[in-house]
Design a protein around this ligand. Structure first.
Ligand SMILES: Cc1ncc(COP(=O)(O)O)c(C=O)c1O
Length: 364
C-alpha cells in the first residue's frame, strides 16, 4: 500500500476510476438484467483489465464478451465463458483463439461461410467445439447479415459442420443513438427486424438458444427488444460523456475520468490542460454535439480542442476560472478508446488511491 501514491501526487495525465461509482454501475446493470431474466455478458473491450472482468463475473455476469484475440487471452485468466463478438478471419487469429485454455467455453460471432468454414475445420483438428452466433444486422449497417434467408443458410451450415455448434443469433444496435426517452421507434424497428430473423429460423426448424444484443445507450430499454436473451453492454461499467448526453446515465454515474493539470491560462476565454488526444482520444459524438469531453463535475465546461498533449477547455458557459496548477477531471466522449491509451488505471475512493490495474489487453 505504501507504493500507492496519493491522488495529489499522481503525475498527470492519469486515468482514475471512482470505485464507488463503478460498483454502483455494476450493481445497477446486474439488478436490471436479473429483473428481466437476461444473461449479462459485459464487453471487456471497455476496461481490458482482468481484475475488472472478475468483478463483473462476481456481480453476476454469465461470461465476458471480447473483440480481439488479445482480449480473449487476457480475460481467459478470469473467465471460463468467452464470446468473441468479432469474426476471427485468417489462420493466425483462428489458431490464436483456439489455443485458449481448454477450460474456456469459446463462442464467436460470424456472418460469412468464408469465416465459418476454416474456423470449423481448425476447431475439429484441435478437437475443440466452438459455439457460433450468427451475426445479423438490425439497422446499424456495419457487419451482420441483412436478410433472414442468409442467416438461415449460415445456421444450417453450422449444424452440418463438425467443430462448431449453433448457439443462436447476435446483433449490435449501435445505430440507436437517440436519448433514452426517444428510442421507442428505433427499438420497435429492431424488434421487427429480429422477429423476421427468428421466424425464418423457426421455419427452418432451428431454435436459437441465445439471442445476444444490447448496447450502453439502449441498456435500460433492452427489455423492449423482443426475443432478446442476453445483453452485452461495455461502456456502462464506467460511462462517458456520450452516455450521459444520451441520458443512459447521470453525470454522477461517470466513474472514469482523466485527471489533468491546468498548464496555461494565457489565452482569454479558455484554459489548457496537459491531457490531449493521447490521453482522452479524439472521438466525436456526431449529431452536431461539439467537443471531445467535459469536466467531470462541470459538464458545461467542454473540451473544445485537442492536440497530442494539450486539451483546451472553453470557459464561455461558466464563471469558473481555474488557475495554472489546478487539477481537473475530464470525462472523455468515448471511454473505451481513452482506456486503450492508458498503461494503467488508478482506482480511487474519495481522494484516496486504493487500487492500480494494468490495462493488460491494451493495444490489439
Ligand atoms: C459487438 C458489440 N457488442 C457490444 C458492444 C458494447 O457496446 P457499448 O459500449 O455501447 O455498451 C459493442 C461496442 O462497440 C460491440 O461492438
Amino acid at each position: 500500500v505504501s507504493a500507492v501514491p496519493r491522488l495529489q501526487e499522481l503525475e498527470t495525465p492519469a486515468a482514475v476510476v471512482d470505485l464507488d461509482r463503478m460498483e454502483a454501475n455494476l450493481q445497477r446493470v446486474a439488478a436490471y438484467t436479473r429483473e428481466h431474466g437476461f444473461s449479462w455478458r459485459p464487453h471487456a473491450k471497455t476496461h481490458k483489465i482482468p481484475e475488472l472482468g472478475a468483478r463483473q463475473l462476481a456481480a453476476g455476469a454469465c461470461g465476458l464478451t471480447v473483440a480481439t484475440p488479445r482480449e480473449a487471452e487476457v480475460m481467459a485468466s478470469v473467465a471460463e465463458d468467452i464470446l468473441l463478438a468479432y469474426p476471427p478471419v485468417g489462420e493466425t487469429k483462428i489458431q490464436r483463439v483456439l489455443a485458449l485454455p481448454e477450460v474456456v467455453r469459446l463462442s464467436v460471432a460470424m456472418d460469412s461461410l468464408e469465416a465459418l468454414v476454416p474456423l470449423a475445420r481448425a476447431a475439429q483438428e484441435r478437437r475443440r467445439r466452438v459455439g457460433v452466433l450468427v451475426e445479423v444486422d438490425v439497422g446499424m449497417g456495419r457487419v451482420g447479415l441483412p436478410e433472414p434467408p442468409q442467416a438461415v443458410e449460415i445456421a444450417v451450415r453450422v449444424a452440418d459442420l463438425p467443430g462448431v455448434e449453433l448457439d443462436g443469433l447476435l446483433f449490435f444496435p449501435g445505430h440507436v443513438r437517440e436519448p433514452l426517452g426517444r428510442q421507442g421507434p428505433a427499438l420497435a424497428a429492431v424488434s421487427r427486424r429480429l422477429a423476421g430473423f427468428l421466424e425464418a429460423l423457426e421455419g427452418a426448424g432451428i431454435a436459437p438458444r441465445v439471442v445476444s444484443g444490447g448496447s450502453t445507450p439502449t441498456l435500460w430499454r433492452c427489455h423492449e427488444m423482443t426475443g432478446l436473451t442476453e445483453v452485452r453492454p461495455g461502456t456502462n461499467l464506467f460511462n462517458d460523456r456520450t452516455t450521459a448526453l444520451f441520458e443512459a446515465c447521470g453525470w454522477e454515474d461517470c466513474a472514469y475520468s482523466v485527471l489533468a493539470t491546468v498548464v496555461s491560462t494565457a489565452v482569454p476565454g479558455q484554459v489548457v490542460v496537459d491531457a490531449g488526444s493521447k490521453a482522452l482520444a479524439r472521438e466525436e459524438i456526431g449529431g452536431g454535439i461539439a467537443g471531445f469531453g467535459s469536466v467531470l463535475d462541470r459538464p458545461e465546461v467542454v473540451v473544445t480542442g485537442l492536440s497530442e498533449e494539450h486539451g483546451t477547455l472553453g470557459l464561455e458557459a461558466t464563471d469558473w476560472r481555474p488557475q495554472v496548477g489546478e487539477r481537473v477531471r475530464l470525462v472523455p466522449n468515448h471511454v473505451c478508446v481513452s482506456v486503450n491509451l492508458q498503461e494503467r488505471l488508478w482506482g480511487v475512493r474519495d481522494d484516496e488511491v486504493v487500487e492500480c490495474w494494468e490495462v493488460a489487453a491494451r493495444g490489439r
